[in-house]
Write a protein that binds this ligand. Structure first.
Ligand SMILES: [Zn+2]
Length: 240
């Protein structure tokens, strides 16, 4: 019943199933060195992908994980192996997995485009993998999207290490903290360190504007409605 209701609402609000994703639960860590937690993460992710498929959604978004001190090399292999085990079982459900860039902090893997590319390269199912770019996490990791040259550098990195065709979604968030802070604290659009001008720059690139975008800003429906208004204003400033 919930599934039917969900699909009806999608139709009612005219939202395409190509434009949405399911975000994984935050307990999942595909890079953990702890075997028990690694297996639990794999099993939970399989289950969540089955639900994604039942809802008719084609993209499943996950943070690659934290190696908890074991190092990046360990992490790349651990994540790629987990993705292979998962996809061996759910490959036929029509769901693609999107690896999201994360904030540079702790043992997090995937704050650099090169790291996301490394995971994808090491998986046997690279054709089923793509990426989501989160503007707050990227800003936390020194991608200064307020600057045109830096946006170009980001796109070039995605092209070089991952392939622009695998760049599928955007998480649009401002950042409470300054460039490179690695704090991962989302802020309302325009109210943080990226700011209105920063988003005007970021959203003026063809490679970005064509992608579906999701807000992950704090607050409730009223505050999200305000964020959407701000973004629409930014669009009208760029594309008169
Ligand atoms: Zn995000």
């Amino acid at each position: 019943m919930d599934i039917i209701g969900f699909k009806e609402k999608m139709k009612e609000f005219n939202i395409s199933f190509d434009d949405v994703l399911v975000h994984s639960g935050y307990l999942i860590n595909l890079a953990t060195p702890n075997d028990e937690n690694w297996e639990k993460s794999i099993n939970l992710m399989k289950e969540e992908i089955r639900i994604t498929s039942l809802l008719g959604i084609k993209y499943f978004n996950v943070h690659p994980g934290s190696h908890l001190g074991e190092g990046d090399e360990f992490g790349y292999d651990r994540i790629a192996k987990a993705l292979d085990i998962i996809l061996e079982e759910v490959n036929n459900l029509g769901v693609n997995i999107l690896l999201e860039n994360v904030a540079k902090k702790g043992g997090n893997i995937g704050w650099k485009m090169e790291q996301l590319g490394e995971i994808i390269k090491r998986s046997n199912f690279s054709g089923k993998l793509g990426i989501t770019y989160d503007t707050c996490h990227g800003f936390d990791s020194n991608y200064d999207i307020r600057d045109r040259d830096d946006v170009r550098r980001l796109l070039d990195e995605i092209d070089k290490y991952i392939g622009l065709e695998k760049f599928k979604m955007i998480h649009l968030n401002d950042s409470k903290f300054s460039l490179g802070a690695g704090k991962d604290r989302h802020e309302f659009i325009g109210k943080g360190e990226i700011g209105i001008k920063g988003f005007e720059t970021f959203l003026s690139f063809d490679e970005i504007i064509k992608l579906p975008m999701h807000l992950e800003t704090p607050g409730d429906d009223t505050e999200h409605a305000e964020d959407i208004k701000v973004i629409k204003r930014i669009f009208s400033n760029i594309y008169i």
